[in-house]
Design a protein around this ligand. Structure first.
Ligand code: ING
Length: 320
């Protein structure tokens, strides 16, 4: 891989988590996150990416009718008593991080809104960015006969922050969450804003409950394919952290990784538990891709792309 003239190397860790049991407390989850951060720091990392919904079990696999029980999976402030130790450890170590969690927002009238959220925190422990998941997979209603449910459309609103990028730790960072990584629109929205590193977490079952006939190996292939394409076609680093292993009876894939702007996987977790993998990420490495093969200004033809934002579903033209 060609080295960029103005290299801005950030040592990055992807911190994969094994299962979080339904009974596990926030304090126990935070203790695991702090331990992963300390291990990452010991390996030289200055930025650590944790998974989606990293504070609780992946509760959208269940039908939860009781509002109080549902609310118990959400954070009403960030940081809060249970997560403050992670922010303090980040400041002590000079280690920024990405964290996914379920966010409950109350407006002045007390109306509650629920999001699947992720934040960027810099090496001083300050929150530098927030993203709320836009592509919510699965269903809003239970699916009879499915091996487990996937009810994110029932529990979360579509994110209302767009696909923002943020200046953090010397680079332009963006975020997405889980299913977002499968949609090229996610990556291009971040690429059009010059993202140099995209952090994301995922909770992905080995077997798609709605396509159980699909061979299991394709799950990991599609996982990496989506992110490697996103990285290369937008000249950005991608750091993707799984919540892995058999969590409350559902087997989630691992495959947490760090992908270079060339699309190459340069660090990869190989277990389905708490595991750290580290890479030296030159945030300028994507420059030659942005300036040549994917020089958007020179090569994109938006006058021909109208369908992408004017049409939601697939529709064959008349007579085709
Ligand atoms: N998870 C999945 C993802 O897109 C999913 C959605 C569920 C895909 C089941 C395949 C099978 O990776 C989340 N949380 O978006």
């Amino acid at each position: 891989m060609p080295s960029a003239p103005s290299s801005r190397v950030l040592t990055v860790a992807v911190a994969q988590m094994g299962p979080i049991a339904r009974s596990e407390t926030r304090t126990q989850a935070v203790e695991r996150l702090i331990s992963l951060m300390e291990e990452s720091h010991g390996l030289g990392a200055k930025f650590v990416v944790f998974p989606e919904l990293a504070l609780t079990t992946f509760f959208p696999r269940w039908v939860i009718d009781d509002e109080e029980e549902l609310d118990s999976y959400f954070e009403t402030s960030m940081p809060n008593n249970e997560t403050q130790p992670l922010f303090e450890r980040a400041r002590e170590l000079g280690c920024g991080f990405h964290l996914g969690y379920a966010e409950l927002v109350r407006d002045d009238a007390g109306k509650k809104t629920y999001f699947n959220t992720a934040i960027l925190v810099d090496d001083t422990g300050a929150i530098t960015g927030k993203y709320r998941k836009i592509h919510l997979p699965g269903t809003a209603k239970t699916v009879a006969g499915a091996p487990h449910q996937h009810l994110e459309k029932r529990y979360f609103e579509v994110g209302d922050l767009g696909f923002p990028v943020f200046q953090s730790q010397g680079g332009v960072m963006g975020m997405c969450i889980c299913n977002d990584r499968r949609w090229p629109e996610t990556w291009r929205m971040l690429g059009l804003q010059g993202a140099e590193l995209v952090a994301l977490g995922y909770n992905t079952p080995h077997v798609n409950p709605f396509a159980t006939a699909e061979p299991v190996f394709l799950g990991m292939f599609h996982n990496h394919l989506s992110m490697q394409a996103g990285a290369y076609q937008n000249g950005t680093w991608v750091v993707a952290s799984a919540k892995a292993g058999v969590e409350e009876g559902v087997h989630h894939m691992g495959g947490s990784c760090i992908i270079a702007p060339t699309g190459e996987i340069v660090a990869l977790c190989h277990t389905e538990g708490d595991e750290v993998a580290v890479a030296q990420c030159d945030l300028s490495m994507g420059d030659y891709i942005k300036q040549n093969i994917f020089n958007f200004e020179a090569h994109r033809r938006i006058e021909h792309y109208g369908l992408i934002t004017s049409q939601t579903g697939m529709k064959r033209p008349d007579g085709v």
